[in-house]
Design a protein around this ligand. Structure first.
Ligand code: XBP
Ligand code: MG
Length: 257
């Protein structure tokens, strides 16, 4: 008896933001340090320390984790939540300046793949722990005015109670896309993001980024250095690109079966 193998069509593609759409974490780190200086704090997050702190997602949660770890005496203060929130607002304003300067380019293949999905009526989503306004500024600056409207859902920051690696943000994005997990895929860059997507039942492609080269990507359907362009081929460190030089709709659909 012949078993019919139906090729599944991709219904939705969900992108992570930081490290996936663009290499933004270095700008985040510099924005945090700007806020600390501006508020008269003698805190400094080096790249080595930031690499450790990135295990905690969410900028406010990261500041709180830093305090717990390095200045626990400050935790007694009962106005700490307001202090952290105002410090994070200073940081976010500085990060918006960095995004608006246009100096943070999209990673290879991101614009090409988003445009291909848009043209093929594959629904687009965003699932990120960063602040919602950061996403809008990044998309409108790098893809053009109105580009955030190409996305059927932009699930960001505090839209869910628990940030990555909890699956909440991917459950939320999938619900908003009214998608079937079997016909949706995720593009991520980090271990926390991969855990979040997998625990939401979503197959995931990893594009390794500046701060995630040593992460554990067990469970990913494919791990590549970037999404690739015709003149900048992608390289897979897990899984196969077949004869493809870059990630496109046909290769993504081959991962669904
Ligand atoms: C990465 C994060 C964010 C950023 C900082 O988000 O964990 O917290 O590091 O941005 P993702 P905020 O990879 O899920 O896009 O300060 O706005 O949180
Ligand atoms: Mg990320």
């Amino acid at each position: 008896m012949q078993i019919l193998q139906f090729d599944l069509k991709l219904a939705a593609l969900i992108f992570d933001v930081d490290g996936t759409i663009a290499e933004t974490e270095e700008a985040h780190r510099q924005s945090f340090n700007h806020a600390f200086r501006q508020e008269g704090l003698n805190w400094y997050w080096s790249t080595e320390l930031y690499n450790e702190l990135l295990a905690v997602t969410g900028g406010q949660e990261r500041i709180r984790h830093y305090l717990d770890r390095y200045s626990p005496e400050l935790n007694a203060s009962d106005c700490l939540p307001e202090f952290i929130e105002s410090l994070h607002q200073v940081k976010t304003r500085k990060f918006h300046e960095a995004l608006s300067s246009g100096k943070i380019p999209l990673r290879p293949g991101v614009k090409r793949l988003i445009q291909e999905m848009h043209g093929a009526d594959v629904r687009l989503g965003i699932a990120t722990t960063t602040t919602h306004s950061n996403v809008i500024t990044l998309l409108e600056t790098s893809l053009g005015p109105g580009a955030s409207g190409w996305f059927d859902v932009i699930a960001a920051g505090d839209v869910v109670p628990r940030k990555k690696p909890a699956p909440d943000v991917y459950h939320y994005a999938l619900q908003e896309l009214s998608g079937d997990p079997d016909t949706c895929l995720v593009i991520e860059d980090s271990q926390n993001g991969l855990r979040s997507a997998l625990d939401a039942g979503l197959k995931t492609v990893i594009t390794v980024s500046q701060y995630t080269r040593t992460h554990d990507f067990s469970g990913a359907s494919l791990v590549v250095d970037h999404l690739g362009e015709s003149d900048t081929p992608a390289t897979a460190s897990k899984g196969s690109l077949n004869t493809n030089r870059f990630i496109d709709l046909s290769l993504l659909e081959s991962l669904l079966t």
